[in-house]
Design a protein around this ligand. Structure first.
Ligand code: THU
Length: 160
């Protein structure tokens, strides 16, 4: 038996102002997207913004439903919007943030497991890593260099 390191490493930025201009701009698009979320049931509004390889930005936000499980997360709304409209464009980066009606979110809000899995599908297909940034309403921003790094021992099409 031996212990291995699954290789997850991340970077912590003090706040949004420590990001590069491009990355801050992307996070600001995610903030704007969160403001337009449809989250009347949870009061938890999430925004996601994708930077595509032609430097366009595609946004998504969570869309809830009175039949709760019929709702969808911001990240999947965004990646499916990109995948359905622009199947040949690659995603260079994704930024994610959230606003809660209950409290000021002061720690980074990472994507749920299902969204990580969904994003991974596109990362594997495009054969280029997507940088991922996530934050709360205020405070630190986490950056990871790929979706795969957030999902060790993941399942992908290579098994099928
Ligand atoms: N949500 C997202 O949009 N992304 C995530 O990664 C986690 C959760 C949404 C789903 C639901 O509308 C609300 O946040 C509370 O779970």
């Amino acid at each position: 038996m031996k212990e291995i390191n699954t290789g997850t490493s991340a970077f912590i930025f003090q706040d949004i102002d420590e990001l590069s201009t491009v990355d801050k701009n992307l996070m600001e698009a995610a903030i704007q997207a969160a403001k337009n979320a449809y989250a009347p049931y949870s009061g938890f509004s999430v925004g996601a913004a994708l930077l595509m390889d032609d430097n366009s930005i595609i946004i998504g936000n969570n869309q809830e439903n009175a039949a709760y499980p019929s709702g969808m997360c911001a990240e999947r709304v965004a990646i499916w919007k990109a995948g359905s409209s622009y199947p040949n464009k690659k995603v260079k980066k994704i930024a994610i943030t959230a606003i809660s009606s209950n409290k000021k979110l002061d720690k980074p809000v990472g994507p749920c497991g299902a969204c990580r899995q969904t994003l991974l599908e596109y990362e594997v297909n495009q054969k280029e890593a997507m940088e991922i940034f996530f934050m709360g309403e205020i405070g630190n921003v986490v950056k990871a260099n790929s979706i795969a790094s957030l999902l060790p021992f993941s399942f992908d099409s290579s098994y099928l």
